[in-house]
Design a protein around this ligand. Structure first.
Ligand code: PEP
Ligand code: MN
Length: 352
């Protein structure tokens, strides 16, 4: 349920409503929008009569029920306003949001050694990326495949951060590793295979680093949003949703089916920022540019692209990785679409 206050409502009025709701055993969450202040209510609201709340103050414009099973992540909960995730990086804050320039995230699937991660970081930074994404802990289908270098790779990511000025995104697979991953990561990634690892979602919600939540391999949009709800319910509202393709029936040509329609659906259902990963979404480097452009056109706030200095020798996901040169060419091409939708760094700079 949400309480929408009239424009210009005095703060003490909002405060006293907030207290009253707590006294009723509810958990109010104040959201300051562009035009109104909204209080979102979670808890046992089913039996509550909206009129009873409306009568509490003449400053209340309306009291509305959130009809969805997910509450905090729903667009309704913020009365239609989008949210923005601000991430601090060595070069200053980077914003993920519907009104912000497209954020480029790039890097290898796995951190293999210091030379390759530093080189990749410097080259994707030069091409316009704001974040380096590389895995220290890798969720692999086969127990015999390279599992990532683990903790030692976290140190290499820190070195790449220093060498490039990029923010770091890296995956956590196990609650036990969360603290040390969050020490190095500017954004903590929860991968597709852990989208419904509820203890991990709760733990990610109880720490303060922003969380990148990838869509599960066969997850519905509702299951995905419910997973995000776990993180917000545990106290962390800094969540970015990443569409990375869903199980496909056409494995002959594609690793997954990149569900670009999900971007439009998410935009209507949730206020959270959106990322698209065309690398895992297709599985093949040659298709990445076309889908990256389409993702910008359909409204993504961010792109994640796998880049490796020598894809043929990559320890994981080589076939879907671009070389740094290919990534630099791609960013030039993306600028055309990014400028057309008014969301490219260059157009932001011109507007400013
Ligand atoms: C990855 O980002 O390298 C990864 C393992 O992705 P996903 O969880 O989407 O499969
Ligand atoms: Mn990968």
């Amino acid at each position: 349920m949400i309480i929408v206050f009239k424009n210009g409502t005095p703060e003490p009025e909002i405060q006293s409503l907030d207290q009253e709701m707590r006294d009723w055993g509810l958990t109010p969450e104040k959201i300051v929008g562009q035009h109104n202040v909204v209080i979102g209510l979670v808890g046992e609201t089913a039996a509550l009569d909206p009129d009873r709340i409306r009568d509490l103050s003449p400053w209340i414009e309306s009291v509305l029920r959130v009809g969805k099973p997910y509450k905090r992540v729903s667009r309704e909960f913020r009365h239609g306003a989008s949210s923005r995730v601000a991430v601090s990086t060595p070069k200053g804050p980077v914003f993920f949001g519907e009104s912000d320039p497209i954020v480029l995230v790039a890097g290898p699937c796995s951190v293999e050694n210091e030379a390759m991660i530093v080189e990749t970081a410097q080259r994707v930074a030069a091409a316009g990326a704001s974040f380096l994404r590389g895995g220290a802990y890798k969720p692999r289908t086969s127990p015999y495949a390279f599992q990532g270098h683990g903790e030692s790779a976290l140190g290499l990511l820190a070195a790449a951060r220093d060498a490039s000025g990029l923010g770091i995104i890296t995956e956590v697979m196990d609650t036990a590793d969360l603290e040390k991953v969050a020490e190095v990561a500017d954004v903590v990634q929860i991968g597709a295979r852990n989208m419904q690892n509820f203890p991990l979602l709760k733990a990610a919600g109880a720490q303060s680093k922003p969380v990148l939540l990838k869509r599960g391999l066969s997850a519905t949009i509702e299951e995905w949003l419910m997973a995000a709800e776990y993180i917000l319910a545990a106290g962390n509202s800094q969540v970015i949703l990443c569409e990375r393709g869903i199980r496909t029936f056409d494995r002959q040509h594609l690793r997954n089916t990149l569900d670009l329609a999900a971007v439009a659906v998410l935009r209507s259902l949730t206020h959270l920022p959106i990322m698209v990963d065309p690398s895992h979404g297709t599985g093949w480097a040659e298709y990445v540019p076309a889908l990256a452009k389409a993702a910008i056109a359909v409204g993504t706030d961010s792109l994640m692209i796998e880049v490796h200095p020598n894809p043929a020798k990559a320890l994981s996901d080589g076939p879907q990785s671009l070389t740094p040169d290919q990534f630099a060419v791609l960013t030039q091409e993306l600028a055309t679409i990014g400028n057309a939708v008014g969301r490219w760094p260059q157009s932001a700079a011109i507007a400013a």
